[in-house]
Design a protein around this ligand. Structure first.
Ligand SMILES: *[C@@H]1O[C@H](CO)[C@@H](O)[C@H](O)[C@H]1NC(C)=O
Ligand SMILES: *[C@@H]1O[C@H](CO)[C@@H](O)[C@H](O)[C@H]1NC(C)=O
Ligand SMILES: *[C@@H]1O[C@H](CO)[C@@H](O)[C@H](O)[C@H]1NC(C)=O
Length: 431
């Protein structure tokens, strides 16, 4: 029953905000879409929203595990529709903020009697207080085939970050878009603003990929609806969010999947399976991260994995390893297939023996110079919190749907098999 009034509330805001000619033909969008490009210098995935009045394009680093959206308000924030979130209002209570602060400059990021959160930058480990605020955000709707009308949320909640919080982020980026499990993550806010089903999808690319909020179809040129090709596995919530949403709550916001074993060329590798389950303090398990450029494994898993992969290629001469990778080959010694270099398949075995996420050369081997390609996985050390962190390179050209209604992940494996890629969404407007 709670959903109905909030939907009406936002709907009214949308109608009052946009011109009557558009409002008269307004239909409730079923899905929304954003572009996402890879920044080559940092390997971060960068999306673009439109915010403020007048609307301004704002680049943001995508953080699958982040709890909320934060944007630099300290420098160059000009908007006639900026509103700080005042303490004890409804907007403050959904953030679960316990920090009410008085700040007297009366400008974005510093207003009296506002609630505050702690945006953090995991690259620099800077974590500091920031004012919660609301402003206009505009985004393209989509029918899943191309771009639809632009729709607007009048009071999109975010947190202000200061300029020093941008250190380590891709050039031109003004903040981070948190897509984690939280009532105030970017997908949660779009879902509640437009009464969408609480689902979002990411399709990352080494060039330009796409993000969706809401339901499919998700059609990529030449007319492939990838939502028809998804395999599902439960999404697992890490129980360790005991420290609350402010400081150590990242664990609770992250998306884990239940990897039970790993196969290389369909042969199980030996590993300590207790590392694959999540312990009482949140340690172990397998999560997905868009901030790690490559998949990281705990040392014992990594060594077993690299040895098994090398054994399957024992007839191929090895090239000198190029850091940070451990196993490299000359390109001339490996064949090429539709799904990348001809190397052993890697299977992350999931809830039963018939469900696995298979990776091919396009996601397992990275070309490091014009002669050499290396196994694109890294040793995380023995002290890692999470045993396997599936990183960006392994996600590229794989369609991933985070279905929070059914608490499951839909994954496509390599779209190259379907003769499409994540760069093939038609970003032409149909209106
Ligand atoms: C700031 O807010 C507090 C709490 O609402 C109020 O008591 C105080 O008068 C305000 N100060 C200014 C300068 O507006
Ligand atoms: C397997 O991993 C668990 C958790 O790190 C550890 O306690 C245990 O000693 C390991 N077992 C072996 C045989 O290495
Ligand atoms: C892309 O979408 C536009 C708008 O719907 C359409 O006119 C165009 O034909 C599409 N392009 C392709 C290659 O299908």
């Amino acid at each position: 029953m709670k959903i109905v009034p909030s939907f009406l509330f936002f709907y009214t805001l949308i109608i009052t905000l946009i011109s009557p000619s558009i409002a008269s033909t307004l239909i409730q969008p079923k899905a929304l879409v954003l572009p996402v490009t890879k920044d080559s210098a940092t390997s971060q995935y960068v999306t673009l929203i439109h915010q403020r009045t007048p609307l301004l394009p704002i680049k943001l680093t995508l953080d699958l595990s982040g709890q909320f959206l934060w944007i630099n308000c300290e420098k160059g924030y000009v908007s006639s529709t900026y509103h700080p979130a005042h303490c004890t209002t409804k907007q403050c209570s959904i953030t679960k903020s316990k920090f009410c602060r008085n700040c007297f400059l009366s400008k974005p990021g510093c207003n009296n009697n506002t609630c505050n959160l702690f945006p953090n930058n995991i690259f620099t480990h800077i974590n500091e207080i920031g004012e919660v605020a609301l402003d206009v955000v505009a985004i393209h709707s989509t029918n899943g085939l191309s771009l639809g009308k632009i729709v607007t949320v009048k009071n999109f909640l975010f947190t202000c970050g200061r300029t020093n919080l941008l250190k380590g982020l891709a050039s031109g980026v003004k903040g981070m878009a948190g897509f984690g499990r939280s009532e105030i993550s970017v997908p949660s806010l779009f879902a509640s603003a437009f009464s969408l089903n609480k689902k979002f999808s990411i399709c990352l690319s080494s060039s330009s990929g796409v993000l969706f909020f809401g339901d499919g179809p998700f059609v990529f040129l030449p007319r492939i609806d990838v939502s028809k090709f998804l395999i599902f596995t439960p999404l697992i919530k890490n129980p360790d969010n005991s420290a609350g949403p402010i400081f150590h709550g990242r664990l609770g916001a992250e998306y884990f999947i239940g990897v039970k074993a790993i196969r290389i060329n369909e042969k199980l590798i030996s590993l300590n399976t207790s590392l694959l389950s999540i312990g009482d303090e949140g340690e172990g398990g397998t999560k997905i991260s868009t901030l790690n450029p490559y998949t990281i494994m705990e040392t014992s898993i990594y060594n077993s994995f690299v040895d098994a992969f090398a054994k399957e290629l024992e007839d191929v001469p090895k090239a000198k390893a190029i850091k940070p990778f451990k196993l490299c080959f000359k390109l001339k010694d490996l064949g090429v297939t539709r799904v990348g270099l001809a190397v052993p398949t890697i299977d992350f075995m999931l809830q039963n023996k018939d469900v696995f996420w298979r990776m091919f050369g396009a996601n397992s081997m990275v070309q490091v110079n014009n002669k050499v390609s290396c196994l694109a996985f890294l040793d995380g050390g023995v002290e890692v919190t999470t045993s396997i962190v599936i990183g960006g390179y392994q996600l590229e050209d794989n369609f991933l749907q985070f279905d929070l209604v059914n608490s499951r992940l839909g994954f496509s494996s390599s779209l190259l098999f379907l003769q499409t890629t994540c760069a093939n969404f038609n970003f032409t407007s149909s209106i």
